[in-house]
Ligand binder design. Structure first.
Ligand code: LP5
Ligand code: MN
Length: 241
């Protein structure tokens, strides 16, 4: 029996190659896979439940097929698709997870997060995050016409890409104290997250490097996934194809 973790696919109508790779990936999942965890940023940008485009409808259909294959699918919101909610979950037959979730497997406790909450040095992003997660702001945004929301989404994406060129790599990575503090708070020795697009397995900690942080990569030239099975936890990649 095994479980799979992916994040940061950034599916968009501009990248049909990633969508095709996603479909192939789901289709090729081993018979023994029981659960699929999507740790955020499945979509490049999500502006609301009522604005489903053709791509979103196709993704929902693909996820529903997994339910039919008895593979449970769990979704944690990312910073690009934090507006995904109950209606998407119901349509796709998936379960929404909170921002911090403890995955359990044979006595293993692993904290799952998208990863953005660990980037505490990126003060501008943290301020932006609090603003757009404010229920009143989300509520007002949802009242705007779809075309206006699309325009705001595009502007935010452009501002973000521009801003990332000006921010240092260190600022946009996780803050190590935030990582340790969060692991202590949730009493875990392992965590899996995405967001930073820096796939790697980090070993650290005071006692013999007993803590592990598995970082998923974004799907671009390669696709990335993590397998959790009786052997342990492994980070994998393959060319997008
Ligand atoms: O996403 P990525 O990897 O490029 O960069 C992130 C941070 N950027 C973001 C912004 C998203 O990319 C935009 C997503 C659009 C979603 C659809 C629209 C939903 C709007 C809902 C409103 C309720 O998350 C980036 C980080 C980077 O990760 C690394 O961690 O640095 O942070 C930023 O870009 C934030 C900027 O630093 C500050 C932006 C200020 C803009 C202020 C305008 C506020 C207008 C609010 C509109 C409602
Ligand atoms: Mn992200």
């Amino acid at each position: 029996m095994s479980d799979i973790f992916i994040s940061d696919l950034h599916l968009s109508e501009d990248r049909p190659d990633i969508y095709r790779a996603f479909c192939r990936f789901l289709h090729d999942l081993d018979e023994d896979v029981q659960q699929l965890y999507i740790l955020g940023d499945l979509f490049e940008a999500w502006i609301g439940e009522d604005a489903r485009n053709e791509l979103a409808i196709k993704v929902i259909a693909e996820l529903r097929l997994l339910a039919k294959r008895k593979i449970r699918v769990f979704f944690q919101q990312g910073n690009r698709d934090f507006l995904i909610g109950k209606s998407f979950a119901k349509a796709a037959d998936i379960e929404l997870l909170p921002d911090h979730y403890i995955y359990e497997y044979r006595g293993r406790h692993v904290l799952l997060m998208h990863g953005d909450l660990l980037c505490t040095d990126d003060k501008a992003y943290m301020r932006f995050r609090s603003l757009v997660h404010n229920p009143a702001v989300k509520g007002l945004f949802s009242l705007l016409p779809i075309s206006t929301r699309r325009g705001i989404g595009k502007k935010l994406r452009a501002k973000s890409s521009q801003g990332k060129m000006e921010k240092s790599a260190e600022i946009m990575d996780v803050n190590q104290s935030a990582v340790i503090h969060t692991m202590e708070q949730f009493q875990v020795t392992e965590m899996i997250h995405g967001h930073t697009h820096r796939p790697k397995v980090h070993r650290f900690g005071r006692d013999d490097e007993n803590l592990k942080r598995y970082v998923l990569g974004d799907w671009d030239e390669n696709l990335w996934w993590i397998v959790s099975d009786a052997e342990g936890i492994t980070l994998n990649s393959a060319p997008l194809g």
